[in-house]
Design a protein around this ligand. Structure first.
Ligand SMILES: [Zn+2]
Length: 345
């Protein structure tokens, strides 16, 4: 998994290949000067684009991105052969230049891609699909609608002078503010006028989420902790050790380590997803994992594949498996970036 993550195409970011040497074609002489605020800490990339759109009075987020590309003269290598994919890269490059960061830093600090286990090379296409308002593939967890915490907004205004979309609230599987423990509110769609600037009154509770669930099920709190921890210590860095630790604990708890193939496993085998149904609300398991109690073929349940090795299960599955099986001490070790302790706690 680590080799997949070491995608180095941010090395091709224009600021690393001598922007000043590039020809200046299509200079935006007729366009007004753009206002280019920097993103604030943990501001989610889509919210940042919304803010740029808002302050520059663009008619859409896509128009903003095109204006940025022209502003930084990044479209001179465009050819029909490279087409759309190249355009997607140049949009991301332009955004990185606007933010004052490299593409790698922009992805690391303003998306959840590290925590959600997706490689940087898909970010450009993901962003481009969203900007063109095309259907976003299900492989992108961040295609979910924008979430905000009503109570975070006044704090953000006090801290930075305006409200912004916090990336933690957009993490897959999080429906509660980790600070205020309240149910997050959702807005219909990214990039609509309403969603450019987070306004609590434009949002509503989307799922059967209640603040009570978060307090009733401690596993949910541990899950949120792990997902946020993956932002600091991407899962792929220690996934092999985490898998070893999970397998040990699963054996101690009498769980089946198989993928859940009912044709091969005894009928009374206990799987990780059975444990999940005892300790998490059913609506949440359905919403995040597509897991229903009635699913007979447990090999189709991604959660059970955390024991298969190779780090191929989705990060939300590891986060839940860790929350269900590991001790607070072992979870803290993972969040600190050290290897999970091997002894029984
Ligand atoms: Zn909050």
């Amino acid at each position: 998994m680590s080799s997949r993550k070491r995608c180095a195409w941010h090395q091709f970011a224009p600021h690393t290949v001598g922007l000043a040497m590039q020809p200046t074609r299509r200079v935006p002489a007729a366009l007004p000067m753009l206002i280019l605020p920097k993103p604030v800490e943990d501001e989610f990339v889509l919210g940042y684009i919304g803010r740029l759109t808002h302050v520059n009075l663009s008619s859409s987020c896509f128009e903003t991105m095109c204006r940025l590309v022209v502003h930084f003269n990044l479209d001179q290598d465009y050819t029909p052969l490279r087409g759309q994919y190249y355009q997607a890269e140049s949009h991301l490059d332009a955004l990185a230049l606007t933010s004052g960061k490299t593409v790698g830093e922009l992805i690391r600090y303003h998306t959840n891609f590290d925590a959600e286990g997706l490689t940087p090379d898909v970010v450009a296409r993901w962003l481009y699909c969203l900007m063109r308002r095309r259907k976003v593939s299900k492989q992108y967890p961040e295609s979910k609608p924008p979430y905000l915490c009503r109570e975070c907004i006044p704090q953000q205004v006090r801290d930075v002078g305006f409200s912004f979309w916090h990336r933690q609230h957009q993490l897959d599987g999080l429906y509660w503010c980790p600070v205020h423990r309240t149910a997050l509110l959702a807005v219909d769609d990214w990039l609509t006028k309403d969603a450019l600037i987070p306004v609590a009154t434009a949002a509503s509770v989307r799922t059967p989420t209640t603040a009570k669930d978060f307090d009733t099920y401690p596993v949910l709190q541990s899950f949120c902790e792990m997902m946020m921890g993956f932002l600091r210590h991407p899962l792929w860095m220690s996934v092999a050790r985490i898998e070893d630790c999970l397998r040990r604990r699963a054996v101690e708890r009498g769980l089946s380590l198989g993928a859940g193939d009912v044709a091969r496993e005894p009928n009374d085998s206990l799987f990780l997803n059975d444990l999940a149904f005892n300790e998490c609300p059913a609506w949440w398991l359905d919403e995040v994992f597509g897991m229903r109690k009635a699913t007979a073929d447990k090999s189709r349940i991604a959660l059970n594949s955390v024991f298969s090795g190779g780090g191929f299960a989705p990060p939300v599955s590891y986060a839940l498996a860790i929350a269900l099986l590991l001790s607070p001490r072992e979870r803290a070790d993972i969040l600190d970036g050290s290897s999970p302790s091997s002894g029984r706690v």
